[in-house]
Design a protein around this ligand. Structure first.
Ligand SMILES: [Zn+2]
Length: 237
């Protein structure tokens, strides 16, 4: 129920820059530190991630890409793959499933992580669609009669971990990488006024953000007896 052995290869797929850090940043940082090759894939370009209706979206996309690269470096990830779909306009389609299948077959992760598509009342359409595209893409990646013309052998990850799970049944201890998770989240400076409500990087708002995150991680870890945790639904592909 807690603590997978450090995997060799990990692929985390989030809808937007910063989703992965919120969902599993502490876990990825620990695995990377302990020798795992971590790949982060972001499905959309993050072009709607601002409360400011006048924000230049070309600039915003460039900023968010740079922030994602910084956060990945903080976590110790090997690479960031940007799929660059339009933020907020992601539709579940055969083409998207094929793209996720290709991503999984290419990077061949032992552990695959993404949004929980079964989570009730998940408001953001990109989170729902990404969850479905990854889980459906996983079936295509695993079974040899799917995508026969892709030219990449099938691949079956050992574990699928879904963050923000409706029914968590797996926990990872993030006590030793807590500061790294927070540092990675704070790389997403453009999100200071939106998802993080921590616009300045120093002073009280940063402290308030970290305290809010700490209380949440503590709450997630309570059922497993862990001081600070990320929780998941674990599925066997
Ligand atoms: Zn998101």
């Amino acid at each position: 129920m807690t603590g997978l052995a450090t995997p060799d290869r990990v692929l985390a797929v989030g809808a937007h820059p910063d989703d992965i850090e919120f969902g599993c940043g502490g876990t990825l940082a620990r695995w990377a530190r302990d020798g795992a090759t971590v790949i982060m894939a972001i499905v959309t370009d993050g072009s709607k991630g601002s409360w400011d209706g006048g924000r230049d979206q070309v600039e915003l996309v460039a900023d968010r890409k740079a922030e994602q690269e910084q956060a990945a470096a903080v976590l110790g990830a090997r690479a960031v793959v940007m799929l660059d779909h339009l933020d907020g306009e992601l539709w579940h389609s055969p083409e998207l499933r094929t793209q996720l299948c290709r991503l999984i077959r290419t990077h061949r992760p032992n552990v695959l992580l993404t949004h929980d598509p079964w989570r009730p009342y998940e408001l953001h359409p990109d989170h729902r669609v990404t969850g479905w595209a990854v889980t459906d893409g996983l079936i295509s990646a695993r079974d040899p009669l799917f995508e026969p013309d892709m030219g990449i052998p099938p691949h079956r990850p050992e574990h699928l971990l879904l963050w923000k799970a409706a029914e968590p049944d797996h926990w990872e201890d993030i006590s030793s990488t807590w500061a790294t998770k927070i540092e990675a989240l704070l790389c997403h400076a453009s999100q200071g006024e939106t998802t993080m409500d921590a616009a300045d990087q120093g002073g009280t708002r940063r402290d308030e953000f970290e305290e809010r995150m700490r209380l949440h991680a503590k709450k997630l870890g309570t059922p497993a007896g862990l001081p600070l945790a990320e929780s998941f639904k674990k599925l066997k592909p």
